[in-house]
Ligand binder design. Structure first.
Ligand SMILES: Cc1cc2nc3c(=O)[nH]c(=O)nc-3n(C[C@H](O)[C@H](O)[C@H](O)COP(=O)(O)OP(=O)(O)OC[C@H]3O[C@@H](n4cnc5c(N)ncnc54)[C@H](O)[C@@H]3O)c2cc1C
Length: 578
C-alpha cells in the first residue's frame, strides 16, 4: 500500500443502520471515526419496518427519536391480518399493544421503514464533527498490522485509491460482508430458509386497508403486503424459490405487477413498481465477532428472517454495545480485554434472535399450508400462535449479558420470555426504567446512563461516596455517584426505585455506560469499602493478571436453547438488494 493519506481511530465499513449508529455512538463518546459506504446514498428500499423499543430508547438518547417518529406510522397499524386477498375476506387477525401503558420504557416501538431510519441517522451523523462520512467509497482491501488495520479505499466515481490507517475497524458491511469473508470467519446456521422477493411499489390501497389497518397482510391467495407509509407505498413480499434447488428466477416488472394485483384481488389496479430485490432468508451468526482489531457488527455478524423485525435492531444494538467499549479502551479508561466482551455479550443475543425469527417464518408458512389444506381451525390456531412474533417486548428489553464486564450476585433473575418483559436490575440486564425528578424536571433513569459508569444508591449515600473517593484516584474511570431520594440528586416520585432495582436500604448498583447493570450490592453501606475496589478493577478489566476476580454470571442471555438451535440447524448469507 502507498503513502498513508489519513489515520483514524476507528474505520467503519458500511453506511447502513449499523455503521451509521456506530459513527453516532463513537461521536457521542468523543471518538473520531471514518465511515465508508460504497453506494452514493442510503438505502432506497424500505427493508426493515420495525424499530423495537430498545432501539427507540437509543434513538431517544441520540436525539433522533422525534425525527424517526415523524416518519413512523400511527400505532393503529400494530396488528397482523390474514385475508384471502387484500380486498377479500378476512381469515384471522392478531393484535398487539405498543407497551405505552405498561410504563416499562420512556418510549414505544414504532413501525417505520428502514429507508427513513437510515436517512435520519445519516442526517444526524452528518452534523457530528467527530463522524466523517464518505459515501461512494469502497473498502477494496485491508491488512491487519501490529497497530491496527491498513485499508485501501476506492472512490467509486473516479476509481482513485487511497489508504487509511485505523486502530480498529468495524465491519458493518452487511450480510455478504467482504471483511468477514476475507477474514475466513464462518457463518453458522441455515443459509437459505427460502429465497425471497421484495417489491416496493406505489398504489392507492386505502380502499381496502383504511378500515382495517395492519403492519402486514398475509394474503393467502397471493403474497404478503407490508405497509410502508400506510397510504400509497407498500411492499409485496413473496417466497421465490426455484423449486429445483437452483437460483430463483428473475421476474419482469409485468410479473411483479401481476403478483401485486393478484394479492390485492383487483385485476386492473394501477401499480407503479419503485424497485425490487431478491434475497435469501437465513438465520445465521458468525463463528467469531472479532479478529484482532476488526469487529463484525450487524448483518455482517448475523442474519435473520424479517419475521419478528429484529435484524436491523440487533445490528444497531451491536453498535451501541461496541461503541462505548472502543471509546473506553481508546481513552485508556479500561483494559483492552474489555473488547472481548463484545462477542461474549452480543453473539448469544444474535443467535437467539436469529433462531426465533426463523421459527416465526416457519410458523407463518405453516399457516399458509393449513390454508391450502382447507384447515380453517388450524389457520386460526396458527395465527393465534403468532402472538409470540408480534408481541416481543421481553425479547427487546429482557436479554441479559454474561461476560467479564458483569459480576453475578446470585439472586434469582426473571425467566426470559419473548412476549413479556419483567423488569429487574439483575447483573447483565438493561437497568429498568422509572421516572425521576431532578432540578430540570422529569427524566427517565435511563437518561443517567451513557457516557459514565454510574453508581446508583439511595440518598445520602455517604459511605459509597467515601468508597468511590478512595478508589477513583487510582482507577480514574470516571465513575459517577448518583443518589436517589428526598435529599439526593434525584427524587423518586413513584417511590419504587429501590424495589425495582432489588436493593435494600443502603444498597447500590453499578450501571455501565450502555445502561446495563455491571454489579449489584443489594445490602447496606457496610460493604461499600471492601467491595468497590474489587468490582471496579474487575469490570474495568484493570485487574493485574492472575488476581482473584469476582464471580461472572452464568451465561443467561436469551433462551440459550433457542440460540443453540441455529447452530444445529442447517447454515445463510443473503445477497440483500438496496
Ligand atoms: C425485505 C427485508 C425486510 C426486512 N425486515 C426487517 C424488519 O422488519 N426489522 C428488522 O430489524 N430488520 C429487517 N430486515 C433486515 C435489515 O434490513 C438488516 O438487518 C439491516 O439492513 C442490517 O443493517 P446493516 O447496517 O448491518 O447492513 P446493511 O443494511 O446491509 O448495510 C451494509 C452496508 O455496507 C455497504 N458495504 C458493503 N461492502 C462494502 C465495502 N466493501 N465498502 C463500503 N461499503 C460497503 C453496503 O453498500 C451497505 O450499505 C429486513 C431485510 C430485508 C431484506
Amino acid at each position: 500500500m502507498g503513502a498513508f493519506m489519513r489515520t483514524t481511530p476507528v474505520l467503519i465499513v458500511g453506511g447502513g443502520p449499523t455503521g451509521l449508529s456506530m459513527a453516532i455512538v463513537l461521536a457521542r463518546h468523543g471518538v473520531r471515526s471514518l465511515l465508508v459506504e460504497r453506494h452514493a446514498t442510503t438505502t432506497d428500499h424500505p427493508k426493515a419496518r420495525a424499530v423495537n423499543v430498545r432501539t427507540m430508547e437509543l434513538f431517544r438518547q441520540w436525539g433522533v427519536e422525534d425525527a424517526v417518529c415523524d416518519g413512523a406510522l400511527s400505532q393503529d397499524f400494530l396488528r397482523f391480518i390474514w385475508c384471502k386477498t387484500l380486498a377479500g375476506e378476512e381469515i384471522a387477525r392478531i393484535e398487539t399493544s405498543d407497551g405505552r401503558r405498561d410504563g416499562k420504557s420512556p418510549t414505544v416501538r414504532r413501525i417505520v421503514s428502514q429507508d427513513v431510519v437510515e436517512q435520519t441517522l445519516h442526517q444526524h451523523a452528518s452534523t457530528l464533527p467527530a463522524a466523517k462520512l464518505e459515501f461512494s467509497t469502497e473498502l477494496r482491501s485491508f491488512r491487519e498490522t501490529r497497530d491496527g488495520v491498513d485499508a485501501e479505499l476506492v472512490d467509486a466515481a473516479s476509481g482513485k485509491t487511497r489508504t487509511c490507517r485505523a486502530r480498529y475497524m468495524v465491519a458493518a458491511d452487511g450480510a455478504s460482508s467482504f471483511v468477514r469473508r476475507r477474514l475466513g470467519i464462518a457463518m453458522n446456521g441455515p443459509a437459505a430458509l427460502s429465497h425471497q422477493m421484495s417489491v416496493y411499489f406505489r398504489a392507492d390501497l386505502t380502499p381496502w386497508t383504511a378500515q382495517r389497518p395492519a403492519d402486514i397482510y398475509y394474503c393467502t391467495e397471493g403474497d404478503w403486503i407490508g405497509v410502508v407509509n400506510g397510504t400509497t407505498r407498500w411492499l409485496c413480499i413473496a417466497r421465490h424459490d426455484a423449486g429445483n434447488g437452483g437460483p430463483p428466477p428473475v421476474s419482469t416488472t409485468e410479473e411483479y405487477v401481476a403478483r401485486i394485483r393478484r394479492s390485492v384481488g383487483i385485476p386492473d389496479l394501477p401499480v407503479e413498481v419503485i424497485n425490487a430485490t431478491l434475497w435469501k432468508m437465513g438465520a445465521q451468526a458468525a463463528a467469531r465477532f472479532r479478529s484482532g482489531p476488526v469487529f463484525l457488527a450487524g448483518d455482517a455478524a448475523h442474519v435473520m428472517a424479517p419475521t419478528g423485525g429484529f435484524g436491523m435492531n440487533t445490528g444497531i444494538q451491536d453498535a451501541h454495545n461496541l461503541g462505548w467499549k472502543l471509546a473506553a479502551v481508546l481513552a485508556g479508561e479500561t483494559g483492552p480485554a474489555l473488547l472481548d466482551t463484545y462477542e461474549a455479550e452480543r453473539k448469544p443475543v444474535a443467535e437467539s434472535n436469529a433462531a426465533w425469527s426463523a421459527g416465526n417464518a416457519r410458523r407463518i408458512w405453516g399457516i399458509q399450508e393449513s390454508v391450502e389444506a382447507g384447515e380453517r381451525e388450524a389457520v386460526q390456531a396458527g395465527a393465534r400462535e403468532q402472538v409470540d412474533h408480534i408481541s416481543s417486548a421481553g425479547r427487546a428489553l429482557g436479554f441479559r449479558y454474561a461476560s467479564s464486564a458483569v459480576i453475578a450476585d446470585g439472586a434469582p433473575a426473571p425467566a426470559f420470555s419473548t412476549q413479556t418483559y419483567l423488569p429487574a436490575a439483575s447483573p447483565g440486564a438493561r437497568a429498568p426504567h422509572t421516572w425521576l425528578v431532578g432540578k430540570r424536571g422529569r427524566l427517565s433513569i435511563l437518561d443517567l446512563f451513557e457516557r459514565d459508569w454510574v453508581l446508583l444508591t439511595g440518598s445520602p449515600g455517604d459511605s459509597w461516596r467515601a468508597a468511590l473517593e478512595r478508589v477513583e484516584p487510582a482507577l480514574r474511570a470516571g465513575v459517577r455517584l448518583v443518589t436517589i431520594g428526598s435529599e439526593g440528586d434525584f427524587e423518586d416520585p413513584t417511590g419504587n426505585w429501590r424495589e425495582l432495582y432489588g436493593l435494600e436500604r443502603g444498597g447500590a448498583v453499578l450501571v455501565r455506560p450502555d445502561g446495563h447493570v455491571a454489579w449489584r450490592g443489594p445490602t447496606g453501606d457496610a460493604r461499600a469499602g471492601g467491595a468497590l475496589d474489587d468490582v471496579l478493577a474487575s469490570v474495568l478489566h484493570r485487574r493485574p493478571a492472575g488476581a482473584h476476580a469476582p464471580d461472572m454470571p452464568a451465561p443467561v442471555s436469551p433462551d440459550v436453547g433457542a440460540a443453540a438451535a441455529i447452530r444445529e440447524r442447517a447454515p445463510a448469507s443473503a445477497a440483500r438488494g438496496r
